[in-house]
Design a protein around this ligand. Structure first.
Ligand SMILES: [Zn+2]
Length: 292
């Protein structure tokens, strides 16, 4: 399952790992994580009942959340691993979901789950893939030899806090000029005094915001080019709400391809993220199945 910024989703598989049911609905950010989990649990129970699926046989639940919702999330990156926090918010989340399904719950980063779904579901088992999610936060996730890379402390891929402007403004992480400060959706909106991505998209279509967009693309391509050159994946997938802004994906693709050596760019597929709002949930489902 996944709770993202404004959307919740689930995907169910059978004992053979085949997707048997999935769904997605909008959700408000304002109601808080436990209530979001309540609504997600209710949605899954309702949809399963409509489809005649018995959830009493559920083996495990993996839930993807944005890292900003759960800083400790990376420490529980494998299903079955005990939570290493007693934080009340996480405990209440566990009570809601484990109580609703009677199955053990693991929490993971949702962007990493999208990378897993891209590699193993949407692109026919791509063994080497780098996924960059540019949304409220910026997370990269690398699949190498078919395996999602966690890093030694579960922090692999946190590109949003790579400094791309050494003289930039201080960031909450302690660095200066982090990528998230120039290329995340909140940064782009705040920089232009806007409240809504729709307003930003309209302004772009009217020919506005050229400079902040160019800065965002420069930062993203700089950070991504280094990763792509180092690991030489077959596919680079660019996803998230910022990539859906008019013309942004194409500009970002050209910028990355222009920032890496020719022998890398000539064989690199750069693709927009697939999925219809359920890709994070499908990745969580794959992880749950593989760890069963
Ligand atoms: Zn930072």
């Amino acid at each position: 399952m996944e709770i993202a910024c404004n959307r919740m989703a689930f995907a169910l598989c059978d004992n053979a790992g085949l997707l048997i049911l999935s769904g997605s609905e909008p959700i408000s950010r304002k109601i808080g994580l436990p209530e979001q989990a309540n609504r997600l649990t209710a949605m899954v129970q309702r949809r399963a009942a409509e489809a005649g699926i018995d959830l009493a046989k559920l083996d495990r639940v993996v839930l993807g959340l944005p890292r900003s919702q759960f800083p400790e999330m990376s420490s529980a990156s494998q299903p079955g691993e005990a939570f290493r926090t007693t934080e009340p918010l996480i405990e209440s989340l566990r009570q809601v979901i484990q109580g609703g399904f009677g199955a053990p719950l693991s929490l993971v980063n949702n962007t990493r789950m999208r990378a897993l779904a891209e590699a193993q579901y949407f692109r026919g088992n791509e063994s080497d893939l780098f996924f960059l999610g540019v949304d409220h936060e910026i997370i990269g996730a690398l699949v190498l030899g078919g395996v999602l890379q966690n890093g030694s402390h579960g922090q692999a891929g946190d590109l949003g806090h790579v400094s791309v402007r050494l003289d930039g403004a201080p960031c909450r992480c302690g660095n200066r000029g982090c990528l998230e400060q120039v290329a995340s959706m909140p940064a782009l909106l705040a920089g232009e005094g806007l409240a809504d991505p729709g307003e930003l998209a309209e302004g772009i279509l009217a020919g506005g915001y050229a400079e902040p967009l160019a800065n965002a693309i420069r930062g993203l391509s700089q950070a991504t080019a280094a990763v792509v050159t180092f690991f030489n994946p077959g596919t680079l997938v660019l996803g998230g709400s910022v990539m859906q802004l008019p013309g942004f994906f194409q500009s970002a693709k050209l910028a990355v391809l222009g920032s890496v050596p020719g022998r890398i760019s000539s064989s690199l597929q750069v693709e927009p993220a697939a999925g219809d709002g359920v890709s994070g949930a499908i990745g969580a489902m794959i992880l749950a199945f593989q760890s069963g």
